[in-house]
Each structure stands twice: as structure tokens, then as C-alpha cells.
Write a protein that binds this ligand. Structure first.
Ligand code: SF4
Length: 319
């Protein structure tokens, strides 16, 4: 019987799941992702995670708690840097420890560190370390990594072309042939693609006939180029993606308005969003709204703000 490896559906799940799944499957493991976030998972996260963590970290704890009795191992990599000369939010690095000390009865954790700050080559060592949990054969690990890399390229290309991760991963899709205004949504993937915590935002936009453009639909070089307006090179990957995408959306005349999603308790966004808002007010004249997500699941408030944003766009278009 194959070893079952659980992957919590949170944080960078929608960024790297195809790679992780293919890599582990090629090494003979059965991959078990947790289901899309629901009320039970959110409640588990709130119960087992420390109070002052940000919403995505809490949700991640809920997924880990949900999975813990169903698998032999759980994959919670320690992500320190995923792009050379850049770091990501430190919460990613502390995730294995946070989960370990908050949840009892976990299966064995695979918490290999991914740190590409100095070079991409270090990823090979990390994958080798991960692969040795399942095989001592380095050729098998290399082959698995090559196949996983190909799978990830296909996935990233699908997102670039406008497909949603849920279509590739779960075979479901919300996008329709909309013909209404085009809205840019600048946010992190764990807020954007978790339809429970973002109150079904993409469905709501689609139902109104609104088209959307997302950060994953932008080339990396576009984001890099937009961030060159700053004197200093940005070294936080998550902020860079957010700010670069927002600037692109401000400058693109086909985009009618910009929505930003942030989560309660996010220190990094508090700075990035302030910066984007100041730039937006000073240089661009476009409908722009920041929506903060928290543990509340009633969507009345959220819907009211969304309607106000739609009104803003409609009025701007009518004028
Ligand atoms: S960037 Fe913000 S929301 Fe994301 S993990 Fe870090 S603190 Fe949490």
C-alpha cells in the first residue's frame, strides 16, 4: 500500500500544488489534499491557531487539523525564499513550527526548507532531501523533479492564459463568457482562490457579467518592470507581486477598476496597500477599493461594499 501524504489546502497550495503532487506521485506516494475551505475547517483553524495570526495562517491550521488523521505524512515545507535575492513573508518560514506546536497528534511532518535566496540550485538539494523520505535512488528523485517541473510549467501557462486553478486542480470553473467591465484583482493567491474566505468573489463578479484580470495572468517580467519605479529593489516577493500587479492594473486603460483583497492581521499588506493607495490617489484616476477579509462568514457587509464598487464603475462608465 502506498504512503499517503497530506497537503493542506492553504497558503501557497494554489501556487505549487501541481509540482508537489506530481513529484510525490512519481515517488510512489498517494497525495491527499484537504478539501476546499469550509466552515468546519475555518473553525478548526481559529480554534487551534494562535489568536494574532493572519487569516490565511489560521485557515492553514484548520486544513492541517482536518487532514492529520487521514494521512501518514504531512507536507509543510519551510518556505524562506522562492526567488533568488528575495524573501517571502516570514510566516511561511515559521509555518511548520506553528503547526507542530499548535496541533496535537500530527503525522510525520515533511518540513524541508526551500531557500533560493542565494541561488536556484539550492532547490535541487531540498528536493533531494524531500525525495529521500520515499526512495534512496537519486535518479528516481531527479526524474520525479523533472516531471514535476514540466507539470508546473503547464499549470503556470494555463493561469497566464486566464484559467483558474480550480479548473486545473479540481475540474471546476467559475469563469463565463462575460462582456461587462474588466476589473483587476490584486491580492495573494491564498485569498483569491479560496472561495470560502473571499465569499465567492469570483462567482459574484461572473454572475454580474464582470470580467477579471488576476496577478497570475501577468508575466513576471511585467511585474518586475512596474516595480522599477521605486528607487530600491523590492526584496519581498509577496509585496512585489501585489504592488507590481496593482500598478499594471492602474496603468492599463482597458481595466475599469481595481479591487484589493487583504486579510485581517497582515503586516506586509498594511504597508503595501498604503503605498498602492497613495500612488493610486496621486497618479491614477480609477475606481479602487480595498476589502479586508476576516473570520466572519456572513457576507452582507462584503456584498454591500462590492455593490458600492460596482456602482462606482457603472457611474464612471456612464460619464
Ligand atoms: S503576507 Fe500577510 S496574509 Fe500572507 S502570510 Fe504573510 S502576514 Fe499572512
Amino acid at each position: 500500500m502506498s504512503v499517503r501524504v497530506g497537503i493542506p489546502r492553504g497558503m501557497y497550495f494554489y501556487k505549487f500544488y501541481p509540482f508537489a503532487k506530481r513529484f510525490l506521485m512519481e515517488l510512489g506516494a498517494e497525495v491527499v489534499p484537504s478539501p476546499p475551505t469550509n466552515k468546519e475547517i475555518l473553525n478548526l483553524g481559529s480554534r487551534f491557531c494562535i489568536d494574532d495570526a493572519c487569516l490565511p495562517v489560521k485557515v492553514y491550521h484548520g486544513h492541517a487539523e482536518y487532514l492529520k488523521d487521514k494521512v501518514d505524512y504531512m507536507l509543510i515545507p519551510r518556505l524562506t525564499s522562492i526567488v533568488p535575492r528575495e524573501y517571502i513573508c516570514p510566516k511561511f518560514g515559521g509555518l511548520p513550527e506553528m503547526v507542530k506546536y499548535s496541533i496535537n497528534g500530527l503525522p510525520k511532518l515533511i518540513d524541508v526548507e526551500i531557500n533560493m535566496y542565494k541561488s536556484r540550485i539550492s532547490l535541487i538539494n531540498s528536493l533531494y532531501e524531500l525525495g529521500t523520505v520515499f526512495t534512496k535512488n537519486p535518479y528516481k528523485i531527479k526524474k520525479a523533479a523533472d516531471k514535476a517541473a514540466r507539470e508546473q510549467i503547464i499549470y503556470d501557462n494555463c493561469l497566464l492564459k486566464g484559467e483558474l486553478p480550480c479548473k486545473y486542480i479540481d475540474g471546476t470553473d467559475v469563469s463565463k463568457n462575460n462582456s461587462g467591465p474588466l476589473v483587476g484583482i490584486a491580492t495573494h493567491p491564498y485569498l483569491l482562490y479560496d472561495s470560502f474566505i473571499n465569499m465567492n468573489l469570483l462567482d459574484k463578479l461572473s454572475d454580474r457579467g464582470i470580467k477579471f484580470i488576476l496577478p497570475e495572468m501577468l508575466e513576471k517580467k511585467t511585474i518586475e518592470e512596474k516595480c522599477r519605479i521605486f528607487e530600491k529593489r523590492m526584496f519581498w516577493s509577496s509585496s512585489k507581486d501585489l504592488i507590481g500587479s496593482a500598478l499594471y492594473m492602474f496603468e492599463n486603460n482597458n481595466i475599469d477598476g481595481i479591487l484589493m483583497l487583504t486579510s485581517f492581521g497582515c503586516g506586509i499588506d498594511s504597508l503595501s496597500i498604503e503605498l498602492i493607495q497613495r500612488l493610486g490617489r496621486k497618479k491614477y484616476n480609477k475606481p479602487f477599493m480595498v476589502m479586508t477579509l476576516d473570520e466572519h462568514t456572513g457576507d452582507a457587509n462584503f456584498n454591500t461594499r462590492l455593490e458600492a464598487f460596482f456602482d462606482l464603475i457603472d457611474r464612471r462608465q456612464a460619464n
